[in-house]
Design a protein around this ligand. Structure first.
Ligand code: ADQ
Length: 458
C-alpha cells in the first residue's frame, strides 16, 4: 500500500452516531468501519457521508483522528433518492429483479443532484495525493463527478451488491449515465469475478468501453474492474467464539431450547433478497414430511426489520410473519415451538452465542453480493462444530467451498441438504468447517482493504 496520501472514504452513511441521544458522537460498530478504521488511523483520513438524520448537516468534526464531513439530506431528498432510486429501483434490479424495479424520472434527477453534493463535499476535503474510496450503489455517479472536479485524484469505487446481467441492466433508462459514473474511477471493485465480468460486458455494450481481462479502456483512461471480495474481522469473531462468557451463553441457549433438539439458525436483514420465506417453506416441508419434528428440532430466525418505508418490505414482513404463525400453529407441541422468530437485531456477543449454539446455519439468499453472516458463523466456530448450508447465489459461495451448496428455489433438494446437515458425521463436519475457516482466516477484512488500496495506490 502506498504511504503518501490520506484516505478519503465516501459512503452513504457516516461511521458515527450520537451516543444515547446525547450530543456526543461515537464510532458505530459495523463491517466497513472495522475494515477502514486501522487504515484511516495509520494514514489519516476523512469520511464523507450522511449523518442518518434528515435536515441540515452537522458541522464537520474530528473523531478518533477521522475528519468527519457530514452531507445534508432533506426528508424529500431521502424519499426520492434513498427509498426511491436506491431501494426501489437499483436494489431490486441489481438483485436479479426479484421484485419489479420502479423507474421514475423524478427519483433519478434527485439521485443525480445528491450524488453531485457528495462529489463536491469529497472534492472540497481531498488533498493532493489522497486516495478516495467511494462505496456502493447509492453513489454510482460520484466517481465521474469527482473526477470532473479533481482530475488528478486516484479514485476507487466498490459495489457491495451484485452487478446485474446485461439483459437486466439494459432495463435501466439511465444505464449509460450510471456506467459513465462508475467509469470515472481508476479501480472499480466487485464482490465476485462474475460481477466484474458483467460490468465489463455492460460497459462495452452501453458505454463504448474496450476491455481486455480486468483492464478497461474508456476514452483515454485505463480502469481496473476486478473482484475484491469483502470479508470480516476473522480474529475478532474467532475470539468471541472462544470467550468463556459467550460459550456459557451458548450452552444456556441450547439448554433453554432443549439439548435434544437440533438448532437450525438463520440471521438476516428482513429483505426479500434473503430468501427467508423460501427457507421457512423448506422447514415446513421437513416437519410435514416427518424428517424432523418440534421435539427434535427448532428453527431460530433472527430478522432485523429494514427499509420499512418501501412497500415491498412491509409485504415481505407480512409474508414471513404469516408463515411463522402458520408453521407454529400447525406443528407446535406442548412447550415445543418449532420456529423461534426474533424480529430485532442482536448485539455482536449475543449473535456469536447463537452462532456457537447452532447445529446448522442456513444462509440461503436468492441473490446476495457477499453475505457476511456466513463468514461470521464460520469464524466463530473454532470448535469445528456446525454445518453451513449456503446459497449458490451468495457471493460467499465462491470462497466457502466447505458449505453444502443449495439453490434456494429448489425446495426439494434444499430439504435434503438441511436434513443432511443436521445428520452429518462429526468427521465430515470438522473437515468442512476447517476448510472454510482457513479461507476466511487467509482472506479477512484487513486483507480486503489492503488489496483494494494496493490496486488503487499509484
Ligand atoms: P447486507 O445485505 O446488510 O449488506 P450481510 O453481509 O449479510 O448483508 O450483513 C451485514 C451485517 O449485518 C453482518 O455483520 C451481520 O452480522 C449483520 N446482521 C444481519 N442480520 C442481523 C441480525 N438479525 N442481528 C444483528 N446483526 C445482523 C450488503 C450486501 C451484502 C454484503 C455486505 C458487505 O447486501 O451482500 O456482504 O453489504 O459488503
Amino acid at each position: 500500500m502506498g504511504t503518501r496520501g490520506r484516505l478519503v472514504v465516501v459512503a452513504n452513511r457516516l461511521p458515527v452516531h450520537r451516543s444515547g441521544g446525547s450530543d456526543r458522537w461515537e464510532i458505530s460498530p459495523g463491517g466497513l468501519v472495522t475494515a477502514l478504521e486501522p487504515v484511516l488511523r495509520a494514514r489519516g483520513g476523512a469520511w464523507v457521508g450522511w449523518s442518518g438524520t434528515p435536515g441540515r448537516a452537522p458541522r464537520p468534526f474530528v473523531l478518533d483522528g477521522i475528519d468527519i464531513r457530514p452531507v445534508s439530506m432533506s426528508d424529500n431528498e431521502l424519499k426520492l433518492t434513498y427509498h426511491g432510486m436506491s431501494n426501489a429501483t437499483l436494489w431490486p434490479l441489481y438483485h436479479d429483479a426479484i421484485r419489479t424495479p420502479e423507474f421514475s424520472g423524478a427519483w433519478w434527477s434527485e439521485y443525480v443532484r445528491v450524488n453531485q453534493r457528495f462529489a463536491e463535499k469529497a472534492a472540497a476535503c481531498a488533498k493532493p495525493g489522497d486516495l478516495v474510496w467511494i462505496h456502493d450503489f447509492h453513489l454510482q455517479l460520484v466517481p465521474a463527478m469527482l473526477r470532473a472536479l479533481r482530475p488528478e485524484l486516484r479514485i476507487g469505487f466498490f459495489l457491495h451488491i451484485p452487478f446485474p446481467p446485461e439483459e437486466l441492466f439494459a432495463w435501466l433508462p439511465w444505464r449509460r449515465e450510471i456506467l459513465e459514473g462508475m467509469l470515472g474511477a481508476d479501480v472499480v471493485g466487485f464482490q465476485t469475478r462474475s460481477d466484474a465480468r458483467k460490468f465489463a460486458t455492460a460497459a462495452r455494450r452501453f458505454a463504448g468501453t474496450r476491455s481486455s481481462g480486468s483492464t478497461l479502456r474508456h476514452g483515454a483512461r485505463c480502469i481496473i474492474a476486478d473482484a475484491f471480495p469483502i470479508s470480516i474481522d476473522f480474529k475478532a469473531f474467532d475470539a468471541l467464539g472462544r470467550d468463556p462468557i459467550v460459550r456459557q451463553r451458548a450452552t444456556l441457549i441450547r439448554e433453554r431450547l432443549d439439548p435434544a433438539r437440533k438448532i437450525i439458525l438463520c440471521v438476516d436483514r428482513l429483505d426479500y433478497t434473503k430468501g427467508i420465506d423460501h427457507r421457512l417453506r423448506v422447514y415446513e416441508r421437513m416437519l410435514r414430511g416427518g424428517a424432523v419434528s418440534a421435539d427434535d428440532s427448532v428453527l431460530v430466525q433472527v430478522a432485523v426489520p429494514t427499509r420499512d418505508k418501501v412497500a415491498e418490505y412491509a409485504t415481505q414482513r407480512a409474508t414471513v410473519e404469516g408463515l411463522v404463525g402458520a408453521i407454529n400453529g400447525e406443528f407446535t407441541r406442548l412447550a415445543r415451538v418449532p420456529v423461534h422468530y426474533f424480529s430485532r437485531s442482536l448485539r455482536h456477543r449475543e449473535l456469536a452465542a447463537y452462532y456457537l449454539a447452532a447445529d446448522a446455519m442456513l444462509v440461503t439468499p436468492l441473490r446476495d453480493g457477499m453475505n457476511l453472516v456466513a463468514k461470521e458463523f464460520v469464524a466463530t466456530r473454532s470448535d469445528l462444530g456446525g454445518v453451513l448450508v449456503l446459497s449458490e447465489f451468495a457471493g460467499a459461495s465462491q470462497e466457502l467451498r466447505g458449505a453444502i451448496m443449495v439453490n434456494p428455489r429448489d425446495e426439494d433438494r434444499t430439504v435434503e441438504a438441511v436434513v443432511g446437515a443436521i445428520r452429518m458425521t462429526d468427521a465430515e463436519r470438522r473437515r468442512r468447517m476447517s476448510r472454510m475457516r482457513s479461507a476466511v482466516r487467509r482472506h479477512d477484512v484487513f486483507n480486503w482493504s489492503d488489496t483494494f488500496l494496493g490496486a488503487l495506490a499509484p
